[in-house]
Design a protein around this ligand. Sequence first.
Ligand SMILES: Nc1ncnc2c1ncn2[C@@H]1O[C@H](COP(=O)(O)OP(=O)(O)O)[C@@H](O)[C@H]1O
Ligand SMILES: [Mg+2]
Length: 233
Amino acid sequence: VKLFYEGKAKRVYGTENLNEVEIEFKNSLTAFNALKKGEFDQKGAVNLSISEILFAQLEKAKIKTHFVRKISENRIRALQVQIIPLEVVVRNRIAGSLAKKMGLEEGGELPFPVVEFYYKSDELQDPFLNDDQIYALKLADQNEVSNLKKQVLEINKVLKPLFQNIGIALVDFKVEFGKTPAGEIILADEISPDCARLWDLKSGEKMDKDRFRRDLGQVKEMYEEVLRRLKTV
Ligand SMILES: Nc1ncnc2c1ncn2[C@@H]1O[C@H](COP(=O)(O)OP(=O)(O)O)[C@@H](O)[C@H]1O
Ligand SMILES: [Mg+2]
């Protein structure tokens, strides 16, 4: 197997099937565009299992994903796609960079889910892009952008109540999409506590990568707790 790409949290390998890749989930953890680095034992396996459960729920709701099957505790088979270099974010509440740039406290409910796009580039620190910038720079056309918005809002419609049912607020999350050889845009990459804000509904405790970013401790324990609860859905 040939290593195609090594990222911050995963490795992507080619397979004998030209339409499929193998994705290995690493134990590493990075924040602030890789300026801060860490890891914990079983992190890859926990994130893989969380992603697997969420992708299965999305597939049940007729949202297409790249997931094919689990190969081992830290590897999956996925459809190879051409990743659209946009991080697609949905926010249900004010937190993170939105709170920071507006000088607002975290936690306020937004009146509707807010979709944002960021250019996927560590060197440039994932800059925010508005729709016009995306079209003018030919990162995606109008049809593609409306497709991405529609899909990510559907994903939010599935995931928000799913987390609500296990006592977790889905504050915000980021996903990546890719194009299949047939030109279809499908959900790729992962959905895990690395790319979502998950707050315990009762205690307000953070159950996501902010524990690592902000040195709150119990990173592993909280990721494991998210998985434990998801196994009950
Ligand atoms: N199905 C797929 N086909 C091809 N590339 C993918 C697929 N799913 C995810 N990727 C890409 O593989 C890489 C995953 O590794 P990751 O560690 O998340 O990288 P990064 O540090 O760039 O975020 C990302 O660049 C992601 O866009
Ligand atoms: Mg990534």
